[in-house]
Design a protein around this ligand. Sequence first.
Ligand code: NAG
Length: 592
Amino acid sequence: MALLRRYGAYLAIAAAFVYFLYTLSFPYQSEPSEVPHRHNQHGGSKQAPQQGSYKWAKIPLKHPVTSMIPLPTGSPLPLPKIQFDFGTEDKTAKNIREKRLTEVKKAFERCWRSYRERAWMQDELEPITGGSKNPFGGWAATLIDALDTLWIMDLQEEFHSAMKDVAAIDFGRTDSERVNVFETNIRHLGGLLAAYELSGEKILLQKAKEVGEMLYHAFDTPNRMPITRWDFHKAGAGKAQVADETVLVAEIGSLTMEFSRLSQLTNDPKWYDAISRIMEVFEKQQGKTRLPGMWPIVVNARKPDFTQDTGFTLAAMADSLYEYLPKTYALLGGLNPLYKKLYQGSMKTAIRHTLYRPMTPENADILMSGFVRAEGSEANLYPEMQHLVCFAGGMFALGGKIFENEEHVAIGRKLADGCVWAYKALPFGIMPEVSHLYACPNTTECDWDEQIWKDEVARRADLGTEKDPLQNIANLRLPKGFTAINDRRYILRPEAIESVFILYRITGQQQWQAAAWDMFTAIQQNTQTDLANAALIDVSVSDSSPPKMDSMESFWMAETLKYFYLIFSEPNVISLDDYVFNTEAHPLKIPK
Ligand SMILES: *[C@@H]1O[C@H](CO)[C@@H](O)[C@H](O)[C@H]1NC(C)=O
């Protein structure tokens, strides 16, 4: 993976790990540019199609739990008010807002129609050729992921007419060799739970339970730590399993919301028990890592030892571990203080070590969150900017509200502003997947210095025979402030609009709606195909429109378009006082 390969000292583990990832050929959200079409290789046709269907709930466990950890009891604590107290809207503002809302809905309906016509029941539509692919087990990922968006956009007929096909999805079989537990949890389990909560359709809870029964078998190991890249057929055949020694921390740490909610809705504590055992490890080892407070990107689930690796980030491969802490706290009605403790401890470290102010020609007062290598007594910051880390603005702002910490809300605003800045900096108004900036010495004051920027570009670039820094910058297609663009794609990602949406609902400031509209028009204009919307290969070109690739991940309709829709909805539609969104933008109800 590019993220690992870029840092020299990381190569030892990276070599083993890259091999590990390739053999599993997994669809992680942050896949690097070097393998842009890995999804195509993924469908898992390597083994003969499975006969029959595993009845997960009936397959005996080898390592059953003898004493269940119960859900916390008691009445939910009242949470502080999260959303801005929106007053009445003036007529012009309402007019503009509703026009924009209609445009977003139109974009969604186009994609939905094409999926329905050409890729129905498949995981993804190919938006250029009209083909389809199945990188997520072949369980209709786009359909399940988009169900709650259909409901929110009031596409009732489409929603109800999909129910019988959803009911027919068989989670006891797949042609894939391995199942990515994290992706199945956030997309399928999260999608079904949210659609159930909104609609009350019983079949959706039934299907969520089926997914839960399947995933529960990934926890059937001697130490009850789950296998995150899970051999479905081995488990289905009742063979012994052990947890892996090399696990991405986000994948083992981002199961708490969906599993907790499933236990709440079914009154069966086993899913809550399953994730609680993981969170105990996080708690025990929080102070023992090389950057105490945070946990490294790669952890050992077999021991379990979450302390050894030296790479730390809020970005890819760690991200939703942190995002889920305040959200799970809210979902459990504030009744388990563990989540507050883990969050406050990790954010203290993250603020101190991962945040930086990038040097920009506008001297913008913004923040970004980079990568940290911690070795010995040193913690070195690499001023990276991933599109994926744009979720952090929303996390800090929301976490700041939940735990009544205005400093965190302010940090959230500056992080979200950083992503708005990055969108505007590119020729077509769309931020690239991975780039680097120059980190100012401090966050209070930072004047643009053109020479520093040019020197930094030259230092990072492999100059070849080109000695003229200006020519060099032109060749690298770097907007001012960017010192490198390492992955030039935009894959229809949601994280920037996600944070902009949360900041809008929390502050009520119209600047966020304006920023959202600029993002939406830029994305819509440049990604639209005859059928739907396609990922972009290179957002840094300026002479022609950005070239496209034949990919539309399910998060485009599940997340990106949902957040664009919600920022232009009435603010009481899926209020942040009533719901928390999982990392796939599926709203789960906060118990009151
Ligand atoms: C912050 O860094 C700038 C240099 O970019 C310097 O001029 C300024 O004095 C520093 N401010 C503080 C508070 O350290």
